[in-house]
Design a protein around this ligand. Sequence first.
Ligand SMILES: Cc1ncc(C[n+]2csc(CCOP(=O)(O)OP(=O)(O)O)c2C)c(N)n1
Ligand SMILES: [Mg+2]
Length: 585
Amino acid sequence: MTLFGTLGTFSNATAAPEAAKPAQTDGFHLVIDALKLNGINTIYGVPGIPITDLGRLAQAAGIRVISFRHEQNAGNAAAIAGYITKKPGVCLTVSAPGFLNGLTALANATTNCFPMILISGSSEREIVDLQQGDYEEMDQLAIAKPLCKAAFRVLHAADIGIAVARAIRAAVSGRPGGVYLDLPAKLFSQVMEAEAGAASLVKVIDAAPAQIPAPSAIARALDVLKSAKKPLIILGKGAAYAQADDAVRALVEQSGIPYVPMSMAKGLLPDTHRLSAGAARSLVLKEADVVLLVGARLNWLLSHGKGKTWGEPGSKKFIQIDIEPKEMDSNIEIVAPVVGDIGSCVEALLAGMGANWQAPPAEWIAKIDAKKAENTGKMAAKLAKTKSPMDFHGALGALRDIIKARPDAMLVNEGANTLDLARGIIDMYQPRKRLDVGTWGIMGIGMGFAVAAAVETGKPVLAIEGDSAFGFSGMEVETICRYNLPVCIVVFNNNGIYRGTDVNTNGNGDVATTVFVRDARYDKMMEAFGGVGVNVTTPAELSHAVNVAMDSGRPTLINAVIDPSAGTESGNIGSLNPTSAISKA
Ligand SMILES: Cc1ncc(C[n+]2csc(CCOP(=O)(O)OP(=O)(O)O)c2C)c(N)n1
Ligand SMILES: [Mg+2]
């Protein structure tokens, strides 16, 4: 349009009667609409500038917005929501400090392959980039980038739809992980015509496309498997995430191959399954000749596939199923890589195996069964102990029976002894019920995971927490009470980290570095917010209190008094702990 034309139109318009103004939308509403369009119906976060109204408006628009007391817990909730649902969990934070608080959870989600989107408001770009000292100034995008799968910033309201679509795709496709979405304050109030806004939104089609393995890779894997005399399947968290439960079960049962579940894969098949070799783990890792990894990485948790855990060097062949090609040969040679999504790969293996697959030699199964019986027998006596104060085994024996009776409950678990012993002792019966510290062994996931487990599944949650572990997210008991969630927390209170008995030898009056206030009453924390607090000293009392809590659905914290001398340094992973050769503390 010419200058004159413009002026002419302008003067005509002022002379004409007021035309109806087209309906408008803005950045706030476009973010909410984009999330809703893609089926994201829950946001976990902490309010503040510049995203307070985003939370309010999202709530008003029908999204469930769960406000936490600290962003790390909101982030952990989002991450585990992603794991449970295969949809990215969303965490919403304020700029700089709130963003940083959420970042640990984002990095942890990425490490664990949980799909999550951290959405953080950010300060004014022009000021941040010139480092002129804006309110909560920080170049958040640059900081997030190396810690997640993808990171995006949106400067124009018209790009919100495409940005949310990219974030969702990046989080769930291929190997899932964390995504950062940076939304500067100015974006939220940018206005555009509603019609154009609606047209700018993107509904993601097939966000995590199937990745079909090559037929030659399947044939190669089956050849290797066929040659095995002592085969073993290892099921990882990836296999649990895939929600290919029937196929995974069929793989084990049709092949007759014993399996070991990694921590969060427990329950994919019931731990009581005849082919579970969990109770003979050391034996099977050492003696197997062919190992089929299903969504399990050969990282530290599997001793990198080498060393004395794995028996004679060169004594085994590894077949690996993973969606990420780079995972192959990451630690040792993989003789049969199978790259694709777990469901498609396992289905293809099953099809190739057919109905007449030769079961493994009976001697192999018999040897495993004998070891299982021996280990289970030794354990049974320990679990039946009723002494007071309790040791870990006595207390966990009680909780083991509770999960057996309530197999659909969600179990959250963190700590050192409290974690390692619970993992070994408590059998799981259903997939994705066990949520724990994952790949990093990170403390602090407890209450975030518990909240999301309750919100996403509607099932009762049992959180088994070391007293130290609980402290990292303990303030969220208020959140649990505020939303009246069916969460029962059991704090294994042994007065400290690993144990409560360490002594400071320097004489300055401080307690030792691993010791907490003696005989603390964590149950009182729950009472402060209207929940139920119980103090227990015997397995029978513990069992009773948990059953009452799970029947009532009321937020409950049980302070379980554990013998302060019962734990061992670092639980099961003491060998990773460097100690001074010169002086012993
Ligand atoms: C974020 C983080 N900080 C610190 C640690 C180191 N750490 C490992 S276990 C643990 C706490 C163990 O004590 P507790 O939870 O009481 O379990 P217990 O062995 O006493 O049962 C700590 C602090 C960690 N894993 N993660
Ligand atoms: Mg402790």
